[in-house]
Design a protein around this ligand. Structure first.
Ligand SMILES: [Zn+2]
Length: 144
């Protein structure tokens, strides 16, 4: 006898704005797009119009490696929201990206018990249409 198939969390349309559009569009292409300051070199996430370190508006976007490690995580065992109800238990984690920033995300593709702090992970994307049907995506991570 098999257990009912557990679903991955279902993501709603990303809340796209002018600052985050390049990030979400990158996710739709299967690319993790981060920002780098042309003046001080800081790599930042979440996307912003200016550098959060030196306040420069000299921001450029680049495609990150998509590699990182689990910085910390929690296993969610109860969530009655329809998009998550059938996904429990699932892992919510901060992933430490190779480029520096941390990303709040899900770790999927393994049992929650297999996740550990320091575990190498790589990005994976769920194609997710934007509010106007544009091809965006939501990043989550899988064991590397
Ligand atoms: Zn800067």
């Amino acid at each position: 006898m098999s257990e009912p198939k557990k679903k991955d969390p279902e993501y709603g349309a990303p809340a796209v704005d002018q600052e985050s559009r390049a990030y979400w569009e990158g996710c739709g292409r299967g690319e993790l797009v981060l920002q780098r300051c042309r003046d001080c070199g800081t790599v930042q996430h979440r996307p912003r119009a200016i550098c959060a370190t030196c306040l420069s508006s000299g921001i450029e976007h680049f495609v990150a490696s998509g590699r990182g490690t689990v910085y910390t995580y929690s296993v969610v065992r109860q969530n009655q929201m329809p998009a998550f109800r059938e996904a429990v238990p699932y892992v919510v984690a901060y992933v430490q990206l190779e480029e520096g920033p941390q990303l709040l995300t899900n770790v999927v593709g393994c049992a929650p018990e297999a996740v550990s702090i320091g575990m190498p992970v790589r990005v994976d994307f769920v194609p997710t249409p934007g509010p106007r049907g544009e091809p965006l995506g939501v990043p989550r991570f899988v064991p590397a």
